[in-house]
Design a protein around this ligand. Structure first.
Ligand SMILES: CC(C)(COP(=O)(O)OP(=O)(O)OC[C@H]1O[C@@H](n2cnc3c(N)ncnc32)[C@H](O)[C@@H]1OP(=O)(O)O)[C@@H](O)C(=O)NCCC(=O)NCCS
Length: 202
């Protein structure tokens, strides 16, 4: 399979939003909202355009990864910048062929070269541990409400990058989506039936 990774551009936006909807549909909830998140993320100041990439197979977009700036706020109320990726999407028919891994590896290197300290994400540990992500608890980093769980992970982009940095993690407020906005946005896409599925329980 010949996959090329290149920066996303404005002409890709609709196709990427559709891809995101296809990838996330019914996986974590009946339907999904990640396509709206992608749509909104690109417009906020936290969006990192230099780390927004698509995977191409011939002329078709088959994967996308998108990053935004986030922060760890310490006890003295000092904010330390980190970054977050997501959504990351691969077309369902081409999943498990290394496309997601290629997008993560590619952008991980770039992010390091850009000088970012760490990537903080919520995701499935079974997938992300292979890229070096570790439970945020190991770094003394909690969610905004002070909790830790396996799906909350951190990847230091260079040794000791987070030395002396502990606190609460905040992603951009764009991640808090509005249900009514989603309903309106959904109307731009072809109708898709929502289902309750086993994957939503995990
Ligand atoms: C998650 C996703 C981006 C991974 O990309 P991909 O190209 O399918 O994955 P890769 O080919 O790089 O890696 C395949 C491996 O990851 C595992 N994997 C893929 N998706 C996974 C998931 N959601 N949870 C746990 N493991 C997963 C596969 O079982 C496989 O494991 P193996 O190498 O041990 O056999 C893609 O499957 C996807 O778009 N999923 C739907 C949307 C989603 O869940 N996004 C991530 C939200 S955190």
């Amino acid at each position: 399979m010949n996959i090329i990774i290149r920066p996303e551009n404005e002409r890709d936006y609709d196709e990427v939003e559709n891809l995101t909807r296809e990838a996330f549909w019914d996986i974590y909830q009946p339907g999904c909202d990640e396509h709206l998140l992608v749509h909104k993320l690109r417009k906020v100041s936290a969006f990192i355009s230099e780390l927004d990439f698509v995977a191409m197979q011939d002329d078709r977009i088959v994967g996308n990864i998108i990053y935004s700036k986030s922060k760890i706020v310490d006890r003295e109320d000092i904010a330390h910048e980190v970054i977050t990726f997501g959504p990351i999407s691969v077309l369902p028919s081409l999943q498990n062929k290394g496309i997601g891994s290629a997008l993560i590896e590619h952008t991980k290197k770039l992010a390091k070269n850009m000088g970012y300290k760490a990537i903080v994400i919520f995701g499935n540990p079974a997938y992300y541990h292979r890229f070096g992500f570790k439970s945020a608890e190991n770094f003394g980093i909690t969610t905004t409400d002070g909790t830790n769980f396996e799906a909350f992970m951190v990847l230091e982009l260079y040794a000791g990058a987070l030395q002396g940095i502990t606190g609460k993690f905040y992603e951009d407020s764009v991640f808090h989506l509005d249900k009514e906005e989603l309903e309106v946005f959904e109307k731009k896409f072809p109708y898709k039936e929502k289902h309750v599925t086993d994957t939503q329980l995990k």
